[in-house]
Every structure is written in C-alpha cells, then in structure tokens.
Design a protein around this ligand. Sequence first.
Ligand SMILES: [Cu+2]
Length: 359
Amino acid sequence: MTIKMKSVLVVFVIFLSGCSPRQPTPVVSPQNMMGSGDAGMSPTATPGSMMPVKPEASHMMEPIRGENALPATETMGGQPLAYREEHGVKVFDVTAKPVLWPILDGVTVTAWTYNGTVPGPMIRVTEGDEVQIIVKNELPEPTTIHWHGIEVPNSMDGVPGVTQDPIQPGETFTYEFTAKPAGTFMYHSHFDGDVQVSAGLYAPFIIDPKEPVSKPDVDVTLMISEWLVRGGMTYAAMPMSGMEPNYFTINGKAFPMTETINVKKGQRVRLRLIAIGQFIHPMHLHGMPFEIVATDGHTVPDAAQLTKDTVSVAPGERYDIEFVATEPGQWMLHCHILHHTTNDNVEPGGLMLMVNVTE
Ligand SMILES: [Cu+2]
C-alpha cells in the first residue's frame, strides 16, 4: 500500500468515526439506521445513513408536516390547468399546499401538492406562448419551483439562494417565460427537494409544437414516484437505509387504483413516462413493442428510434414512447423491479396499470 493510499484510508476512517450517530434519531428505529456506533461493522452502510447526526439533515427523517391539511377534494392528479389570457400572456394560478391524498383504498398520505392534487395540475401550452405562473405558498415552509427541462431565463430557474429568494409561507411569486422548446417537461419544488419533491410537489408541463405534427390518437402522461408510510405518518422516501419507500405510484395512485388506459384497436398511443421520485423504474409493456420517440422532451429522429418493450426511466428523465394498439386485450404496463409492484410488500400493487385495447 502506498503512503498516499494509507493517508486516504486514515482520513476515511476519521470521517467514518466522526459520522457515528451520537444519539438515537426520534423517528427511525436505530436498527434501521445502520452503522450505529461503528460504520465499519456495517457492510451495507450508505453515506445517507450517516447523515442524521447532522442537525441540518434531520429534517428528512421527520414526518411530512400536515397541520391544517384537509382531505383532497379532487380525485385525479395531473389534469389540465385552466388559464386566463391577459395581454397575450397565459396566466396560471398555482398554490402549494398540504392535503391528505389517498393513494390506495385505505392508504392516505400527507402530501405537499400544487393545487391539492398529486401530481399537481398539468400546464399545457404551445411552443412560443408567453406564460405567467403565479405561485402562492401555503406550505409551512419556504419553497420555489424549477421548470425542469424548459429553457427559461436564469432568473426564472427557481434555485433558492442562487436565482431567487425562497418563497416564504404566505408569500406569492410570479414566474414568467416563453414556453420552449416543445416537449414533455415538468415543474417541481427546488427547495429542500429531497423532502418537498418526495412529498408530492411536482406536476407535468407539456409544450405542444407550434408546427402541426401527426398527433397520436391517445396521449397520456404518467408520473412515477414513491412514498414511505409508516405508523400512519408519511415520510420522504429516499434511497437511504431506513427511508426506502413502501408504496409506489403512477399519477399519484398505486395499483389497483392506477388509471386504465382505454384504447381502440389500431390507434396510436403515446405514453409520456416521467420519473420524479428518487428511484429508477424499468417500465415494461406487455403484448406490443414500442418506439422511443422523444427523450427528455426532445424528438428522436426516426432512424435513431429504438424499438423496445422495456425502458428504464431514471429520476428526472422523460421518455415518450409510442405504439400502435394492434392486439385487443388487457395489456399490463409495469415496473420490472418487481418490489415496485407491491403495496407495503404485498403484490400486486404499486407501479402497474392496464392498457385496455378493444375492437
Ligand atoms: Cu420501479
């Protein structure tokens, strides 16, 4: 072993010993935390599992705050948001607020939402539109919105402490930009993202092309995310020991409460897959192969389109897939990490839905 390697090892050991939890966390049981006392004894300790010793990191271990959260009045998330036109600008109102959101019969999460749904409402405009989004913060904590993948001016990018001050509880902030380019995008919180995004602050943002293109017969947007529900409390699910999710949702619902996509034989179907949680999901369609027609909102040229039946959607990615529904029947779309097709470890559940093709 070289001197350099030895010194790296010594520094690493000092780092690990400094990270040992000094007191039990109030939320997650110590046996779940890994590495308590001696990280070297724990073969699967992750950097995340060491973090609760830092006071500023403990927020992620606490339940999602739901003071004054009312039961959701809407049943479906991701629905188109109405707007008003003012001097040629499309103006949208978005309120960030907690609600109690059912993801399954008998399972309700405390969600932080845009306008009371998970996902929040879909903003859908045409390339080149001037848009204004008036954001009111009714959360108990500051927030901001990032327009993921959209080419906005830097001052509209929603990064707290960099491009803007956080929107404090009770405050309003107006975002304004020209919608471009065309494609599948999303908007989500960029303040305490590990907690706020996991809690539900995300929604689709679709920009349709200005020049007419051949439109699919069926066009469905599916946002994929994860939840940790324990003892009736909701926590921000993370790839971190003791904080892993036990529920998985498509558009805010776990199977069998996920939507069914109804299609007539011969129709061309576009599914816009968006992963907004912190886990990768290899989504597999039964019965019919599909083409990947756009990645992260950008059109894939015909000659470069892959024909697939499974596509892995990593956090932040979008894949637009298309297929012609040639075969009648009930065809399942599901994640192929099969633990993700369970509800609290019971199959079937989670990331499954039916594509129902009829004559
Ligand atoms: Cu998955």
